[in-house]
Design a protein around this ligand. Sequence first.
Ligand code: PLP
Length: 465
Amino acid sequence: MSDRDAGGRGDATGEEAGEPAADNPPVRRVSDWDAERLRGLAGEHETPLYVQDLDRVRENCERLLAAFPDADVRYAVKAHTGRAVLEAVRDAGLDAECASAGEVDRALAAGFDGSRLHYTAVNPPARDLDYVAGVAEAEPELTVTVGAVDALDRLAERGYDGRVCVRVNPGVGAGHHKKVTTGGAAKFGIPYDRAAEATRDAAGRFDVVGLHAHAGSGIDPDQLDSHRELVARMGELARDLSEPSDRDGDDPRDADPIDLEYVDVGGGFGVPYEEDAPALDLPAVAEATREAVAPLPAGVDLAIEPGRYVVADAGVLLTRVNTVKPTPDETVVGVDAGMTDLLRPAMYDAYHPIRNLGGASGEPPVAEREATPVTVAGPICETGDTLGRNRALADPSRGDLLAVGVAGAYGYEMASQYNSRPRPAEVALDDGRAAVTRRRETLGDLTTVEREADRDRTDRPEGDR
Ligand SMILES: Cc1ncc(COP(=O)(O)O)c(C=O)c1O
């Protein structure tokens, strides 16, 4: 259940259906950020530094709620799990869709109660199931989304008989890269042609409340057909399940209809990473979704669960130029952020816009510099560690500050300590005020778990070590 009744969403939007506020543009480009402010933040908190603007997170929530006024809107927490972001999303009235016990734990800590928590179990580790089954005892309104029949067995073994949503593999996918195209991948969901049967079986053991499918991440305007097809299939399945069925093939019909609450057609709403790419026409996507799913059986709501759309353009990664190396092939601009801070370019060949904010001492303002094609490379000892190739930047110099745009989704979340690099700091902007929400890791943080293990070992009697 979404927070519609709790007063979050209506108050948050204050808009008519499909009409976000005029001062709430469909995208915030890296060129829209206040350069002076970003230079100030980098000066105060050093680099690499993520800046996440909670006001923009709220705007994105508002546009989603305005475009999908009758749907349950859930935030896919994996895109950015920071506490301040979760609280902003919660206050805006979205539910939380969580991919792990850790995400459920964070969502609970941020104030989502069970009725607003959806745990999507993908090949769930035993430890995660134990944890979630335990949470469900205190929060019986929590819903577990399950994509394999034996995962249902594993839930039942833990005494869980609560709310279940069946994840379906719709056989159709979409996404910005094959690694994030989930809809047709065997790993995700119960195959479409077995889903009705599996759902009816599950209804004998659990309170089956929903159907779920997710096409993939980064659906752009020209992939709308796949989205429409997925949604249409899910609508059809919901209609089928809302009828009594003839399970033994010997009419009269011998199985009750399933009393579904919702059909969740996933997230994946794309954002324009390239500076000149058009923004997704969200009202048009909403209209296409409603058309494709209709008519849903009475009492069954549409649900969506975007992650990227909520947080991507609310974040930038700031990084300082530390070397400039002209070579016969290209000019390499070395910066202090790399694939350990922002993995998407190395992992998916993802494009992030980069803007030179200047600041190198003795250099002219960037507006007076010539655009120069450069490769922006990080400090990690990997060839793939580049943030962008062949980018025309205002001629960069050592000491300049670069802003890597649209970095708020799957940015900090995928950061690692590879090459023994401490993870960056993060600052959140809230109504213009800045606060550190994730401190910069130190070299000491890199060895904390080793030192704790050493301590545990030496604390044990000698024979037990
Ligand atoms: C099940 C599920 N729902 C929602 C999402 C969110 O996708 P996006 O951030 O592209 O909206 C994902 C992303 O991986 C997902 O796996």
